[in-house]
Each structure stands twice: as C-alpha cells, then as structure tokens.
Write a protein that binds this ligand. Structure first.
Ligand code: XMP
Length: 511
C-alpha cells in the first residue's frame, strides 16, 4: 500500500493536511517529528510532508529531523515551518522577517513559477494563506525560487532534481485558492501516487489484521450506540464473529427508539450483544441532582460500574476494543486547555477489566471514513450518519433534575423536531440539532384554559469542528411547524424557543 508520511511539527492545521491527502485516496499517517529514521524507513513512504509549527527553526529548542531523511530518495514537501526547516537543514539560511511588511499573515497574492511541477496547471497568480514571521533569506545549493509574494521572495522553493519542495504558505486551508491542486500535484506528479486507497481496502486489511492478532481470543467492546463504537463492533464482528462480546449499557437517557435501533442493527450478526437495562439505576442516582458537572460525573461513574459488573460476569477477555478514531489520536495529549465540561466517553475502562491488549481498529480513520466503512459493513444509514450524541445523553439536555416524566417529554419533542428536519430535507444542512428541556414553566392558554407548563428549546448548529459553532438559520416555516406540533402533541409543553446563540459564548449542549 502506498503511504504518505506527515511529520508533525506542532502546526494548527496538521489534521487538515492528513484529510486533504486522504481525500485523494492516498493513505497517510501523522507522526511526531521525532519519529526515528529506522521507523520512517520501515513505514516506507512514497512521500513525506513536514508540517507547519509554532517555533523558529533557529531557536535552540526548535524541532529538527534526522538529516539522513534527505538521503532516502523520497520526495519531501515542507509547509511553512517545514519549508524553512527543509531550507535550513540543507544548508540555506532562515531569518526573522526584516520589516513588518515581510511578516505575512492572512490572504496574500502569490506569483507561481508554472514550470515547477508543484504548481503545474495553476494560474500564474492566486491567493494563498500565509502565517509566518521568518523567511528563507538564502537558498540551499540546488534550490531555486518557485513562487514569490510582494513581501517574500521565497514564497515557495524547490530542488526538483532531489524532489524537495517547500511552500511558505498553507496549501491545506481553504483560503488558499489552489491549495488542493498543489497537494494533488505533490501526490500525483511528484510522488507518483496511484490514488487507489479505498475504504474497502481498509476493511479487508483490518479484518485480516484483527484475525491474525486476536487468533482464537475473546474481544470485549462497550457499545454506546454512537457511530464509532457501532462501526467498530461491525468491523470486529466481521473479523472474529461470536468471539466479540458487546456490552450495550442502556442508561435510559437515549433518544426515542434509539436503544432498539442499536440492538436491531446487530440482530443478524454473529456477535454476542448483551443489553443492560440500567435506566432504573441511573435515574435513582440522578434523583435530586441538578448541578451539571455532578450529573455528568454520576453518569460517567455509574456507566463504568455497570460495565464492570457485566465484564465480571463475562470473565477474563483477551482484548478490550474501543472505537477511538484518528482525530482523538492526533489530539490526545494536546495542550492543557481549561475544562469547560468533563466529557463522558468510555474512558477509564482499561483499568477495571482484565484483558491482555487494547484493540482500536478505527484509530487511523477520520469520521467521514468511519461512516463510509459503516455503510460498507451494511450498518443502517440512520445509525451511520447519526449526528453526534453526548455520552451523558438527554440528561445534559434537561436543565436541572432529570426525571422519567421530563425524559418522556423531551424524547417526544426531540423526535418531532428530527422528523420535521428529515421530512423537509434539512437534516444534512446542520451539524447537530436537537430539542432540550428548559427548567422554565410559564403561563399559556390552551383550549380556553390556562396552562402552566414547561418550555422546550430547539437548538441547531453549523460547525466544522465543534470548537466553535454558529446557530443554524432554519426556515421560519419549519420552526413554526415544529413548534405547533410540539405544543399540540406533547402534553406538558406550552412554549417553544429557538436558540440563536453561537459557541462561544454558549456551548452546543445545555449542560
Ligand atoms: P459542547 O456542548 O461542549 O459540545 O459545545 C461540543 C460537541 O461535543 C458533544 N459533547 C459530548 N460528546 N461526550 C461526548 O461524547 C460528552 O460528554 C459530550 N458533551 C458534549 C456535543 O454533543 C457536541 O457535538
């Protein structure tokens, strides 16, 4: 299999580079810049990309590469910091920009040398995204300039004979008009990629690898009903059949018909699926609790307890499987950002179950690839294309104490909202949408009688990464229909709000 290696120097857009490469059906992996040369050799890439990074290459603590990497005979593309590193390591000189004008940040017009294969087929001039305070002041031997901007003569450099290319700008971001074409040129013209990597390929290889590894062992997986753990279950069951044991903890905080949908999706597969109906337990622990973090903690801990009890009944297993996906892998260990909400996933399980090894069959896939794999494994589209749903479920969409009655109200209201979005072809127009139950009661009038009922909030957002989000501009007609249906069909609700707050300052979920 042809592979591109992305060496990570700490830039903000590294994940995006990997996305862009995979979009071209070329397999790639992101590894730390410190990857030893021997490992690079055995990874056997057809091309290497050095990413951007926050440091200056001349800082004493700046990350470097083993210089022998340049003798592997493999084409290299350096982006931003990676471009400067390439130049410096090969004998050039990188300097701080001499004036404020040479320090480029934002959209910048660049002129390309179209005879350089990296820019083949591009217009002579276009807009790129710059973000640099240093520049290549002196080229290494064998290099020539291949793009320039008004402020920076070395917007791109190359040594075609050795297959080394550097761009000072970021081809991976959308602001660079021909960024995709530039990366394509690197992959296909320079690295001679075939672009034949497919999800079917991945599936075949994974199944073989899992079979080889698991042999006649037993695998345990906590199935949450989310996309990742469901696809992991389907893949593992294809590989090991009934030696896969899935524990599905139904905490009673799922959406309408969700638990049945999950169980049905796996009904005719050979795996063992244990459904634990734990609604009673979760609700009694949550009784009287209204503080959001306390709710999250209780649910997270109780989840582990229930899983642990089931695992004890099953006995020792050889492998514990998790639905970890590539963004989790790339981001793990990143930064020490303030905890806004303590996310509940199936974290922490490895300590409590006796097993030999962890299996993470999706750890190299992006979310859309996981979805594609799910479809290829014949999981229903309704499950595979599911929008994100938080581990603590509806509990964090009910402001204040969670009760069975409130859950029933919310489930119905949420189902109506989802039904109408689907019916009107809007379900793919936003990244996430749902109903929440506020803790507000207000006076209304229904059928000539006074009511004093609760208010439902509708939330719909668009976002690329869920770190920030905008509220979706849903059509008024649709909101009108949803509101009418909710107050008419859901007893106990007499008012519906539409949330028009972005993130920040709000978060997507209510708690
Ligand atoms: P917030 O509310 O933090 O949500 O803006 C951002 C995204 O994360 C999802 N979310 C969670 N996902 N466990 C999860 O697996 C959680 O505890 C959790 N809390 C929020 C949320 O649905 C949104 O997509």
């Amino acid at each position: 299999m042809q592979k591109i290696l992305i060496l990570d120097f700490g830039g903000q857009y590294n994940r995006l580079i990997a996305r862009r490469v995979r979009e071209n059906h070329v397999y790639c992996e992101v590894h730390p810049w410190s990857m030893p040369l021997e490992e690079i050799r055995s990874y056997d890439p057809i091309g290497i990309i050095f990413t951007g990074g926050p440091q200056s290459v001349y800082d004493p603590t700046a990350p470097h590469v083993d210089p022998r990497i340049f003798s592997l005979g493999v084409p290299i593309l350096g982006i931003c910091y990676g471009c400067q590193l390439l130049a410096q390591e090969l004998g050039g000189r990188v300097s701080p920009a001499q004036s404020d004008t040479a320090r480029e940040y934002g959209k910048t017009t660049v002129r390309f040398d179209l005879s350089c294969p990296l820019f083949s087929g591009l217009p002579e001039e276009s807009v790129v995204w710059m973000s640099h305070g240093d520049y290549i002041a002196c080229l290494p031997e064998g290099f020539s300039l291949s793009a320039e901007s008004a402020a920076c003569p070395s917007a791109a450099v190359c040594d075609e004979a050795r297959g080394f290319y550097g761009v000072q700008f970021h081809p991976e971001v959308n602001h660079t008009e021909y960024g995709r074409a530039i990366l394509k040129n690197f992959l296909f013209l320079i690295c001679k990629a075939a672009g034949d990597w497919t999800i079917e390929d991945f599936r075949r290889r994974s199944v073989e690898e899992i079979r080889e590894k698991v042999d006649d062992g037993r695998v345990l997986l906590a199935l949450s009903g989310g996309v990742d753990s469901s696809v992991a279950a389907a893949l593992l069951s294809e590989a090991v059949g009934d030696r896969l044991i899935c524990v599905f903890v139904d905490h009673g905080l799922l959406r309408e018909n969700e638990a049945e949908e999950v169980v049905n999706a796996f009904a005719d597969r050979s795996l063992r699926l244990i459904r634990v109906d734990a609604e009673e337990r979760f609700l009694s622990w949550l009784s009287g609790i209204s503080e959001p973090e306390q709710k999250r903690k209780i649910i997270g801990e109780e989840f582990i307890r229930v899983f642990e009890e089931e695992a004890r009944k099953i006995g020792a297993v050889d492998f514990l499987a998790q639905g970890t996906i590539y963004p989790d892998v790339i981001e793990s260990g990143a930064g020490s950002a303030a905890v806004i909400k303590s996310h509940h996933n199936v974290g922490g399980l490895p300590d409590i179950v006796e097993f030999r090894e962890i299996l993470e069959p999706l750890r190299m896939l992006f979310k859309d690839e996981v979805r594609e794999l799910g479809l290829s494994l014949s999981l229903p589209e309704s499950l595979v294309m599911r929008q994100p749903f938080p581990g603590p479920g509806l509990a964090i969409r009910i402001i204040g104490e969670v009760t069975r009655e409130k859950l029933n109200i919310l489930r119905r209201a949420d189902a109506i909202f989802r039904e109408e979005m689907l019916r009107n072809g809007l379900s793919r127009s936003c990244s996430q949408y749902f109903a929440a139950l506020t803790n507000m009661h207000s006076v209304g009038v229904m059928g000539d009688a006074r009511s004093y009922d609760c208010a439902v909030a509708l939330r719909a957002v668009t976002t690329e990464d869920f770190m920030t989000a905008d509220w979706a501009r849903l059509p008024f007609d649709l909101l009108d229909r949803v509101s009418n249906r909710i107050v008419n069909e859901v007893p106990g609700v007499n008012r519906v709000f539409y949330d028009i707050t972005g993130k920040p300052p709000a978060t997507v979920e209510y708690e």
